[in-house]
Design a protein around this ligand. Structure first.
Ligand code: ATP
Length: 372
């Protein structure tokens, strides 16, 4: 096991800056997930850690050692890819152990022992003599993981390892990966564009956009205290509602409503954007009143999701998504009374998108202009 340090890492492909001045410390034994939209630089970051891609600027350390110029094979890492990268003509066992004795670092007995132990952990002992063509997608992915485990690396690097699996198997393998990490405790960097995977697997989650670090935090803190509008809208599904407001003396005003911002009496930041998650809006008749006031909205679309009813509600031409309780008979055109959780409001700078204020009383950040 080992910690990883990325210091001022930049990667350029001709005129494309794929990763820009990235600083990140992954702790020993930590499971870090790198998430972001397509093209944000996730895979490039992982490939630079692995050594498959050179860095344009910056330093990478693994276990305190500067590995920036080292070959991938010298870095003590093992990679698991989306496409499994198995040799079709080799058995599962051979795929797992292939190349291990070329460096002379393992005896035949050690290799056999490691293969059997990895197979047991992954529950594929019965499949070791099969070739990849005779394995299901999930089984192939286990073999690919087995190959990484056999090497007992300092670090696992995983690039969208579950993407080729169907939805049900993905959920199952996700839980198995979490269990595997609990058992082995190996430092892991895991790349995905799937925010559910990021939230469920990561001790901490790194959010990238346009090659730049947006926030690195625990999953819950990303959800509760996004540092900017990009993170607020990327984490959480359906995405956070955003609405332009004017803020003066702790009150957010919109032509259709005014909302008092708790514990922010002196906050006056003018034009800004108020964020509220669909799950923090509710139909007023569904809860004991916590909302300081309620608003009328006209329902334009209803989406029954089974465990909830997603409503699209219009207030003065502005659309909000509201996660209501399931099994309600609400139809488009109905007028509903909306409440909101006053402790779950967010405010962002209209130009920079930086977070200005979160109403959660647990937040430790004092917004600008607020005296306490
Ligand atoms: P995805 O989720 O689609 O795989 P990603 O976040 O992993 O995306 P990267 O593959 O790291 O994104 O790519 C980041 C940026 O660098 C993109 O704009 C991509 O087009 C560019 N890029 C990546 N590899 C190369 C390359 N070999 N040559 C030129 N540009 C590249």
């Amino acid at each position: 096991m080992a910690e990883i340090q990325l210091e001022n890492i930049t990667k350029r492909f001709d005129d494309v800056v794929a990763v820009k001045d990235l600083n990140l410390e992954v702790k020993d034994g930590e499971f870090i997930v790198v998430v972001g939209p397509s093209g944000c630089g996730k895979s490039t970051t992982l490939r630079m850690i692995s050594g498959l891609e050179s860095v344009s600027e910056g330093t990478i350390r693994i276990g305190g050692v500067d590995v920036t110029g080292q070959e991938p094979s010298d870095r003590g890492i093992a990679m698991v890819f989306q496409n499994y990268a198995l040799y079709p003509h080799m058995t599962a066992k051979r795929n797992m152990t292939f190349g291990m004795n070329s460096a002379g670092s393992f005896t035949d007995e050690e290799i056999e022992e490691r293969a059997m132990s990895a197979a047991e952990i992954l529950n594929i002992t019965d499949l070791l003599d099969r070739k990849p063509g005779a394995l299901s997608g999930g089984e192939r992915q286990r073999v690919a993981l087995g190959r990484a485990i056999c090497r007992d690396p300092q670090v696992f690097l995983m690039d969208e390892p579950l993407s080729n699996l169907d939805a049900k198997l993905r959920v199952q393998m996700r839980a198995e990966l979490a269990k595997l990490h609990d058992e082995l405790g190996t430092t892991t960097v895991y790349v995905t564009h799937d925010q559910t995977e990021a939230m469920t697997l990561g001790d901490r989650v790194v959010v990238l956009d346009g090659g730049q670090l947006q926030q690195v935090d625990s999953p819950q803190r990303l959800y509760d205290f996004p540092e900017n509008r990009f993170v607020a809208e990327f984490i959480g599904d359906p995405a956070m509602n955003m609405i332009a407001v004017d803020v003066a003396d702790g009150t957010a005003s919109h032509p259709a409503f005014t909302i008092p911002l708790p514990d922010a009496d002196s906050l006056s930041v003018g034009s800004s954007v108020l964020g509220v998650r669909p799950e923090d809006l509710y139909l007023a008749d569904e809860r004991e009143a916590t909302s300081p006031e309620t608003f009328e909205a006209t329902v334009s679309v209803t989406e029954p999701l089974g465990d909830s009813l997603l409503l699209h509600g219009q207030i003065e031409g502005h659309e909000f998504k509201i996660q209501a309780q399931p099994r309600r008979t609400i139809t488009p055109g109905d007028t509903v009374e909306l409440g909101y959780d006053p402790d779950r409001l967010h405010l962002f700078d209209r130009d920079t998108g930086e977070a200005i204020y979160h109403s959660d009383p647990a937040v430790s950040v004092t917004p600008p202009g607020v005296t306490q």
